[in-house]
Design a protein around this ligand. Structure first.
Ligand code: AMP
Length: 457
């Protein structure tokens, strides 16, 4: 955009500001579906005994370095971190980070508020934005939303039980089914205990030694620093090598094996279908034993992971807290919405029809009960007072403007509302309103006292 020559006397044009790369605005045509997805999560999670937790959007950087792991892509490349200056001599400068995920924050909060010490099982859910400096593409943003939940507690609370793993997975299946998500697939693995993982890591390192020079640069680095991460690699050329690597299943201790088998037995009892995926180790360092992902075939393209999660039995201790085994998940809300919208476009029946029908208009797709058109600016105050009265009675109402031509008022009203209410001198003098119902084309004068009943759907 060029600035206008100042000598011409015109105000120089200012560059147009846009949302930052990787972030986006959600407009009223879309937010009803977001609210529906969130309200359904709240309702379903409540049935399973979860309470909501809201943690800060930024935290001390070391929370993520310790919790998520220095060697992960998230911490090494993707965090929005800044040096926060001390504002007074009594304050110290500190490094802060916009949260890239919410599990570390929830566990920090549970430790800080001594929730583990209560001895009770903690079932907590959150809904909120997360931030990662990833390369933006469809389904991958730098600010994105997650709906997640965590179950954790002292060992005596039963937090370690395989029943908890199965319960979480069954709840996710119930949630996706209630939303009408079709064709979801649950992929499941066990990455074992911290000891199992250490033995497996050593075996991987050894197996990678003679072949790693054939792999991409990223995998060569991972083979050294964090061999488990090689299994996450999407690099096409490296897949044959990766498939031939040792499998975690062969390194599980009898305890880990029994835990995983008990999770599978409970899922079978609840008829939740799953596929075992021995390569599913997930991107974060804190996972132990059960790990899982739900993928979908519609709408997400290459970013087909709708949600992921797993058990993190050592995380609390890593953050300086008491022993508190736990398990949790995070749903990519942006991706869930993309999936539902794509299903809708394909004509698949779902519970979201009324949210994506695409009629446009204020507040999404549902028509307002009434549009009040004052016939001249003199009736503007009376129109606003009438709107106040109708809204107080629970009706949805928009008010026009007395300077509009009648034709314009009718056009706007027709696009927004089921009725237009005309308010002129006559109507005010006789305590009536002229009401036209668009669906039938009927028009009549209605007494003010009978108006609310006449407008109710
Ligand atoms: P993760 O903790 O990385 O497994 O993330 C859990 C879920 O969050 C993923 O399965 C995605 O659905 C979603 N997600 C992760 N990163 C992004 C992103 N950059 N943009 C949108 N969704 C994301």
């Amino acid at each position: 955009m060029s600035n206008t020559d100042p000598s011409s006397g015109k105000t120089p044009a200012r560059p147009t500001l846009k949302a930052v790369r990787g972030t986006r605005d959600l407009l009223p045509a879309e937010t009803p579906l977001w609210n529906h997805v969130e309200a359904t999560a709240r309702a379903v999670f409540a049935r399973y005994g979860f309470g909501e937790i809201r943690t800060p959007i930024f935290e001390d950087t070391s929370l993520f370095a310790r919790g998520v792991g220095e060697e992960t892509d998230i911490v090494s490349k993707e965090m929005f971190t800044w040096e926060d200056r001390a504002r007074a001599a009594s304050e110290k400068a500190q490094q802060l980070t916009l949260r890239p995920e919410n599990t570390a924050g929830v566990v920090r909060a549970a430790i800080e508020h001594k929730l583990i010490e209560t001895g009770a099982l903690q079932k907590l859910y959150y809904i909120g934005p997360q931030f990662r400096r990833e390369r933006p593409q469809k389904g991958r943003y730098r600010q994105f939303w997650q709906i997640g939940a965590e179950v954790l507690g002292a060992p005596s609370s039963g937090a370690e039980s395989p029943l908890r793993d199965a319960e979480i997975l069954e709840m996710l299946a119930a949630y996706l089914n209630e939303l009408g998500v079709r064709d979801w697939k649950l992929e499941l693995n066990s990455v074992g205990s911290a000891d199992d993982r250490a033995r497996y890591n050593a075996a991987l390192r050894e197996a990678l030694q003679p072949v790693k020079h054939l792999m991409c640069e990223d995998n060569q680095r991972r083979a050294e620093t964090n061999p488990l991460r090689v299994l996450d690699s999407k690099d096409e050329a490296d897949q044959a090598i990766i498939d031939a690597l040792p499998k975690i299943a062969d390194f599980l201790s009898p305890d880990s094996r029994a835990h995983f088998d008990a999770v599978l037995a409970a899922l079978d009892a609840c008829s939740v279908a799953y596929t075992l995926n021995p390569r599913l180790v997930r991107g974060l360092d804190y996972y132990t034993r059960t790990t899982f992902e739900f993928t979908v075939t519609t709408g997400l393209g290459t970013q087909n992971a709708l949600l992921g999660g797993g058990r993190y039995d050592g995380l609390s201790e890593m953050l300086g807290g008491p022993r508190a085994p736990g398990i949790g998940f995070a749903i990519g809300e942006d991706r869930l919405i993309l999936t539902l919208q794509a299903q809708e476009e394909l004509g698949a029946p779902s519970s979201t029809g009324s949210f994506t029908a695409g009629q446009g208009g204020v507040g999404g797709t549902k028509k307002l009960d009434a549009y009040i058109a004052p016939l001249s600016p003199a009736q503007n105050p009376a129109a606003l007072a009438l709107a106040k009265e109708l809204r107080a009675a629970g009706l949805t109402v928009e008010v026009g403007e007395g300077s509009f031509k009648l034709r314009k008022s009718f056009d706007i009203a027709d696009s927004l509302a089921r009725h237009i209410l005309l308010l002129g001198e006559d109507e005010l003098a006789t305590d009536t309103v002229t009401v036209k119902t668009f669906a039938t084309g009927e028009q009549s004068k209605v007494e003010r006292t009978a108006l609310i009943a006449a407008l109710r759907p």
